[in-house]
Write a protein that binds this ligand. Structure first.
Ligand SMILES: [Zn+2]
Length: 640
């Protein structure tokens, strides 16, 4: 019920973009931002400390209700001498006590902020701790998904999903993008017939009374608050083992699945092993290698990259690749501001494409990129950099943050080459960003260092700039001479001219040649020699340029043998009728059954050349009746 409501709300809020994500893949952050987007921004001053460690005890039993009680220990280093420190907790959750050793501390509450006081000041650079005891019914207050009480076919389930502003609805925390928790222990107390999944390693399962188990999960890598998670239900489980290139050790991949899906999940999750091996070898070692990777099934309609254990609605190839990719881009290195969200989502989307390239086939990779390009170019506006991070549909836009972000990475890779691109990615993930936060400016710097190229124009136009270029390409060949014109119209006037590479492949039945052009103005003309007679020219056959292009052209040698020519023949999407002398007046097209497919009457605008869109016709032979000023010609055209 909550999920349906959520989906209805999502569809309402995101409109068309929801359906346009690849395979309806959507990260859970989209859901949760809705109710917190107007909340307080990130402020280290308000909190006043660096969080070093949490020990969390959470008591819950989804077999009974969604009530949560527990305690969270804060261990921290004080950032400035001060008599109060802050943390975040929804006003709908009751605080029972805040303890510092044997002392009970005073606190005040203001909205979702809690201020804790001690008699003397906390001194700068000292470490200290306090423990917050609390209880409540977070499912009521957090309704959009940060703490969800739901049912699957064989039992009740509770899962959390805090990105980006939902953590405070179910646990006292420092909700920020500026500080990671260095280390965390999570103890989940629940009915012993259920299992609880969480971050890190399950180090022990303890008996508690007659009816309960305590599941102790231990995570020893830095983790941003929104990635701390738990899921509790009647899970069945199975473990796979990932092996990495050039290493003999293995790492467990732990799958918590609803019992009714165990058999299919065991089959469907197999690709996760080559995916892990691929990302580990292309980028850096799997970031949480000493612990695990895993999946926990949940009822939300997508996936969420909880650190070391992604929560998944199912185990589709795309969803598994996307959430796994986030372990590097999003989890180990987290976007430093919401404007940098593409560093999470653009990378996760592009790494999914890389799984198609390396684990399926280059054709499937290109097919996927084409689909994303169509989606991006369906609207002439919009940049990867969100213009207003307070607007949900701007920030979490599948067409821009996800697809255009991924395409910008793809173009960058083509511009600087694989060696420099992957080296720069590795450097961006390492160094000062390692287990910290990343920014677009840092990615640019690493790409420049690795390639030796100045990429300021590239980032300016593709990260900040709105839209993309439309290209009109025309060519003529006579003998060995080819005349080519490339005319550019920016889709949005914000970028007056796109500095892009325009690859064009000239082909006939036996030869092909790919040439690259780098126009420096809106209309660029070229003349060059071609040592074969081309039938056709194709824009960007390798799918490397984010642009919408039309190509028209003719080989004049071929026309001279005949009064009227149809090119290319055979063809596919569009064909051109060209007349050597008499002007074309009217064209009629018939299929093999003699049914008329269309009539084009040029009337007074008779010309010597005409394009016909055949994209909607089925493959086969067509009869073209061509009326000129003096004669009627009949030609055949074959659509492939
Ligand atoms: Zn994502």
């Amino acid at each position: 019920m909550k999920r349906n409501w959520l989906l209805v709300l999502l569809l309402f809020s995101f409109g068309g973009t929801f359906a346009q994500l690849p395979d309806d893949l959507i990260c859970a952050e989209k859901a949760n931002i809705l109710h917190r987007i107007k909340g307080r921004g990130n402020s280290t001053i308000y909190h006043g400390y660096n969080i070093d460690y949490h020990r969390c005890h959470w008591l819950l039993n989804p077999k009974k209700n969604a009530f949560l009680s527990g305690s969270v220990l804060f261990q921290f280093t004080v950032l400035k001498s001060i008599d109060s420190l802050g943390f975040d907790l929804s006003s709908g959750i009751q605080i029972l006590a805040i303890k510092r050793g044997a002392d009970t501390l005073k606190y005040t509450r203001s909205g979702d902020a809690v201020y804790v006081y001690i008699k003397n000041q906390w001194q700068i650079n000292t470490t200290d701790s306090f423990e917050v005891f609390y209880q409540g019914n977070p499912a009521n207050g957090a309704g959009f998904g940060s703490f969800v009480y739901d049912n699957h076919k064989t039992g009740p389930v509770i899962h959390t999903l805090s990105q980006p502003y939902g953590a405070l609805f179910w646990w006292p925390c420092k909700q920020t993008l500026h500080d990671k928790i260095d280390s965390i222990d999570i103890f989940i107390h629940t009915d012993k017939t259920l299992k609880a999944g969480s971050n890190g390693l399950l180090v022990e399962t303890l008996q508690e009374g007659d009816t309960n188990h305590i599941y102790h999960w231990k995570h020893r890598y830095p983790i941003v608050t929104y990635l701390v998670a738990m899921a509790v239900t009647n899970y069945d489980e199975f473990t796979q083992y990932a092996h990495f290139v050039g290493r003999t050790d293995s790492m467990p991949v732990l799958n918590y699945v609803f019992p009714q899906f165990k058999n299919t999940a065991m089959e469907e999750t197999k690709p996760i092993l080559p995916m892990l091996r691929l990302f580990d070898s292309l980028f850096t070692r799997y970031p949480f290698i000493n612990e695990k990777y895993g999946h926990a099934q949940f009822t939300w309609g997508g996936g969420m990259e909880h650190q070391t254990m992604s929560f998944m609605v199912n185990f589709s190839f795309d969803l598994m690749a996307h959430e796994l990719a986030h372990m590097w881009f999003g989890d180990m290195v987290t976007c430093g501001t919401w404007q940098d969200l593409w560093l999470n989502e653009g990378f996760a989307t592009y790494l999914t494409c890389l799984c198609f390239e390396y684990l399926k086939s280059p054709d499937e990779f290109r097919y996927r990129l084409k689909g994303m390009r169509n989606d991006i170019c369906a609207d002439p506006n919009g940049s990867v950099c969100p213009s207003d991070t307070s607007k949900v549909n701007v920030l979490f836009n599948g067409r821009l943050t996800y697809n255009k972000g991924a395409w910008v990475l793809h173009m960058l890779r083509n511009k600087i080459g694989d060696d420099a691109f992957f080296k720069a990615c590795r450097n961006y993930l390492g160094g000062s960003n390692l287990y910290g936060f990343g920014y677009t400016s840092e990615l640019q710097k690493e790409m420049e260092l690795a390639s030796g190229q100045n990429l300021s124009v590239f980032f300016q136009q593709w990260f900040f700039g709105e839209g993309f270029p439309y290209l009109k390409i025309n060519w003529k060949q006579l003998g060995s001479k080819v005349k080519l014109s490339i005319e550019q119209t920016p889709s949005n006037s914000e970028v007056p001219f796109w500095h892009i590479n325009v690859p064009i492949e000239f082909r006939n039945k036996t030869r092909k040649l790919l040439l690259n052009f780098e126009p420096q103005q809106l209309v660029a003309n070229y003349e060059f020699d071609l040592d074969f007679s081309a039938d056709t020219a194709i824009f960007d056959p390798n799918v490397t340029v984010l642009s919408k292009a039309s190509v028209g052209g003719v080989n004049l040698d071929k026309i001279q043998q005949d009064e009227i020519v149809i090119l290319p023949n055979p063809g596919s999407q569009v064909f051109q009728v060209v007349s050597r002398n008499p002007s074309l007046k009217m064209i009629e097209i018939f299929n093999v059954l003699g049914e008329k497919m269309g009539t084009i009457d040029l009337g007074i605008s008779a010309s010597k050349s005409l394009y016909v869109d055949a994209s909607k016709w089925s493959a086969g032979t067509y009869f073209i009746r061509i009326n000129t000023e003096n004669f009627v010609y009949s030609k055949k055209w074959l659509k492939q």
